[in-house]
Design a protein around this ligand. Structure first.
Ligand code: NAI
Ligand code: MG
Length: 355
């Protein structure tokens, strides 16, 4: 079976970690002889922007439309404002292809220790589902009275019934599929008095169709604290675009850092391609040194395999990552080791071959 993949390496450490991901795709073809990945590369990044004045060509989204899936590295460079690089590349892909689910596992892998040292592997294993198309990341707003003391910036939050219902239905259905049957939803309806009470109402409405799910609404500030004090109480955590974004960097930090944290931008209806990428950005501070941890990218490929209905390959990739970490000899500097990006990738590839 052939799967077509559009590959967008991006900037900084993006191409460095995507290279290791490519090695993993190749070895998966070796171990699973009736699977073939065919891919094309798209050089849409900040360099492209400096040459063409856009992050992608005008027909960029059309070019991506017919792929089975998209593998993304990271974008962002000091030469282009971040709101341009992110708004003109990642966000249009997420929105155009209705990738309204941003799925981000928070799981402490074997062989790693959490900075929350008193928490065990069983305590740290949940999934965050972030709304990925609307909410706080709206394009609506503006700047008034620029250059005067009355200068004002306004950014509107957009919560539609359609958008809120579909993400919360998805979150409930993931909670249904897991043994703990527990859903925790981030809110802030005590202070944000239009959008958040609306969101809470929808949480409750959909909850009526899922009487077996134990649902809990927490204000985002308290919830952030609970990520540290009682992460073992979570199973599925759902949040709006901004809240989910913040919670997942925090989630990454409690299970070993951004170098490990994967994500899927998923269109559950499979009408459009879904996109898999590490949570982290282009890390200009370490770009070019060859020391970025490729695990976040490789774990994203594991999520991609699950989405392509190749769960045995998804499991294989994640187990190989875990085994290598458990062996403990090959680790990048973010995990306290001295291995470089390629050595880390190679170790995972050899492990997949062995397994
Ligand atoms: P970042 O995630 O790039 O880096 C944060 C910190 O984590 C840095 O100290 C970095 O060295 C470290 N780090 C990140 N990934 C790592 C890895 N694989 N291995 C080892 N260490 C790693 O976030 P930052 O610094 O806020 O943003 C840098 C650029 O990336 C900006 O231009 C930003 O807009 C962009 N960005 C892009 C994203 C994307 O493409 N989806 C997501 C987040 C940020
Ligand atoms: Mg983020």
């Amino acid at each position: 079976k052939h799967f077509s993949i559009a590959i967008i390496p991006g900037d900084g450490i993006g191409p460095e970690v995507v290279n290791e991901g490519l090695k993993v795709l190749k070895v998966l073809e070796e171990v699973h002889s009736d699977v073939r990945f065919v891919y094309d590369f798209y050089d849409w990044n900040c360099e492209y922007y400096l040459k063409h004045g856009r992050m992608m060509p005008t027909n960029g989204l059309n070019l991506l439309e017919d792929y089975d899936t998209i593998l993304f590295g990271a974008v962002g460079a000091p030469t282009v404002p971040d709101h341009v690089s992110v708004w003109e590349l990642i966000l249009p892909i997420r929105r155009h292809f209705q990738q309204y689910v941003n799925l981000r596992p928070v799981k402490l892998l074997k062989g790693l220790e959490s900075p929350l040292r008193y928490k065990s592997h069983d305590d740290l294993d949940f999934v965050v589902i972030r709304e990925n198309t609307e909410g706080e990341y709206s394009n609506i707003g503006g700047r008034l009275h620029e250059g005067t003391p009355y200068e004002t910036a306004i950014q509107n939050n957009v919560f539609t019934r359609y958008g809120s219902e579909r993400i919360l239905k998805y979150a409930y259905s993931v909670a249904e599929s897991r043994p703990k049957k527990r859903l925790t939803v981030a809110t802030k309806s005590n202070a944000i008095n239009h959008t958040m009470p609306f969101w809470d109402e929808i949480v409750k409405e959909i909850g009526n169709e899922h009487p077996q799910i134990d649902v809990q609404l927490y204000h985002i500030d308290a919830l952030a604290a609970y990520f540290i004090s009682k992460p073992e109480s979570f199973d599925v955590v759902a949040g709006s675009n901004l809240f989910g974004d913040i919670l997942t960097d925090l989630g990454a930090a409690i299970v070993g850092g951004l170098g490990l944290a994967p994500s899927g931008n998923i269109n559950p209806e499979r009408k459009y391609p879904s996109m898999f990428e590490p949570i982290h950005g282009s890390a200009p501070d370490i770009a070019g040194k060859g020391i970025a941890n490729p695990i976040a990218q490789i774990w994203s490929i594991s999520l991609m395999m699950d989405h392509l209905r190749l769960p045995e390959l998804g499991k294989l990739v994640l187990s190989a990552i875990e085994e290598v970490l458990f062996d403990g000899t090959v680790r990048t500097p973010d995990l306290g080791g001295t291995a470089n990006t390629m050595e880390m990738g190679d170790a995972i590839v050899s492990k997949i071959r062995e397994m």
